[in-house]
Design a protein around this ligand. Sequence first.
Ligand SMILES: Cc1ncc(COP(=O)(O)O)c(C=O)c1O
Length: 404
Amino acid sequence: MHELILSQYKTLKSENLHIDLTRGKPSSSQLDLSNALLSTAVEAFSADGADIRNYGEPLGITEARQLGSELLDSPIENTIAAEQSSLLLSFQLLLANYLYGMNGRPWKEIENPKFICPTPGFDRHFKMLEEFGIQMLPVSLVGDGVDLVELADILDKHTDIVGIISVPRHSNPSGDIYSDNNLLKIFELCSNYSKDLVFLFDHAYLIHDLSSAPQQSSTWSLAEQANVIDQTAILTSFSKVTFGGGGLSFFAGGESTLALIKKIRASMIICPDKVNQLRHVTFFQNKENVINHMKKHAALIQPKFELTISILDQMPQECGNFSNPTGGYFITYKTTKPIATKVIDICKQAGVLITPAGATFPYGLDPDDSIIRLAPTFVEAEELEKAMQVFSTAVQIAHFDLEV
Ligand SMILES: Cc1ncc(COP(=O)(O)O)c(C=O)c1O
């Protein structure tokens, strides 16, 4: 059996492959779904008379805020429609907390501010926090949110925890959908710890469901129920709905987080791109059409997830296990042995690029060297199949310690 794996790997390597599975990007056929946006003509004025060609409307045009509020289930007064990046909004919120703080206690004045980071998580979140000198405290994801015992323990052991950042639906990369109960418990534990602790929800995959995705109460409604709206910020964007880097982003926050984001944005951007906002609103009209549009994305993505899972299914179970997500952009493979770095290197030697081992952990440190993030959406099926064959042989080569 081992000879067969080695010979499969050698054959694949001789094909001179160049396949990139590193980032969760939409494929070009997904982008084609929004091509009408490229030629959508817009009026010069929004419905309530704002001149979209000029400065003004720093919180976004009313109809874009309305769409954001429908998606996030937040009141329109608490919702901002911004420019094309929700990551930028996250950064702005962190910066505002760093400079001003929620209740007059800026993080820059705290000697060692800390953030709770559910892991595995999004490398760019960790990079941002590191840049602010915020110490990251990992807490494990367990399928339906964070490990609550671990969370309680962390809160018990540490002072100066100023926030928690999470992706509550189709988490990147584990695919976790936080249960309502898990979110309510997080709210309870963390708000008992501090009324200044920021709940930063990056809902990047809010509407990115595959066919079997379960329902989830809106994060806004749960935060309201837990009486923590003031400390809460919820973000999403159209980066994987229309165009990467060419969509819209939305922010919903309670009194304190909203005031902070408004304040920081007032000093860095006069107003968002209202032309693109009106173009998107003209294209979509309402939430229902956005959801229908996402079903078309799902129809293109689902076969790729199924193909990836079918190849992972054929691998010996002793090598590891994997997530079978109901949406989002990633599949996580967890090796049984501490060999993630080695697997990724073996893949690279055969021309298949995978997100570096450790990237999904704070400071790039996966304590078990076992988590591998697979991003199956960008490449077309034929290449994906090849890449997954390489991955399958690479895992087995590393697991059985074979000589390549
Ligand atoms: C969890 C998460 N947040 C944010 C982003 C980026 O979003 P945006 O393009 O809106 O900045 C991504 C993109 O991969 C992501 O996975």
